[in-house]
Design a protein around this ligand. Sequence first.
Ligand SMILES: [Zn+2]
Ligand SMILES: [Zn+2]
Length: 239
Amino acid sequence: MNLVRATWKSLLSRALDALAARDCRLCGCPVEGGDMPLCAACARDLPRRTAPCCPNCALPVPGGEICGRCLRHPPAFDATFAAFDYVFPLDVLMQALKYRHHLPLARFFAREMARAPLPPVDLIVPMPLHPRRLRARGFNQAVELARPLARALAAPLALGAASRVRDTVSQTSLDRAARLTNLRGAFACRRLDGQRIAVIDDVMTTGASLEALARCLKTAGATAVYNLVAARASGIGFS
Ligand SMILES: [Zn+2]
Ligand SMILES: [Zn+2]
């Protein structure tokens, strides 16, 4: 699909969403108050992450200590913060964000993510998409989460700091070891000496993409990398 068609598809999808914006995305009941994509009851019942979890990878761990996996294989990132568990209905909402370009959902998730106890950061870096995928989809959901977060966290959005230079095959059918191999050389970063970076993404599953990006950022001179994601799949370990 060429860029013009992708852009029109994106604009049409956004216009349709705007027309439907007054119904809750989950239950369909009318929503009071401007930008909210969900009714108050559905928003309240979302699976927020409250269980103690590993500070490195955000996997639930009794006592909230560093998990065995992170002890055995310390990740390149320094901490992970997730607003929600990646269970129903987050899967439904993420599909709506990713493939239907539902921007009010991005702003809603960003408001929830901004509550994370993130240490001070110098730059906000969204998980980059390969340009070919960006042209096909017309939209990078991580960028749409990162825009309002940059305002909320009062840190600049660094869209050009990291890029995806290799279009990797879909990760979904691969185990973690294969994912990391698949991601070798996938990212490139400009020099980031002394920078503390918040990496923004929609969903963390195995964390292989976040690990590969963090390695690249650290190699480029970043002193700290914190993952801030909308949802974390709890049953899947980082390594
Ligand atoms: Zn609802
Ligand atoms: Zn961990």
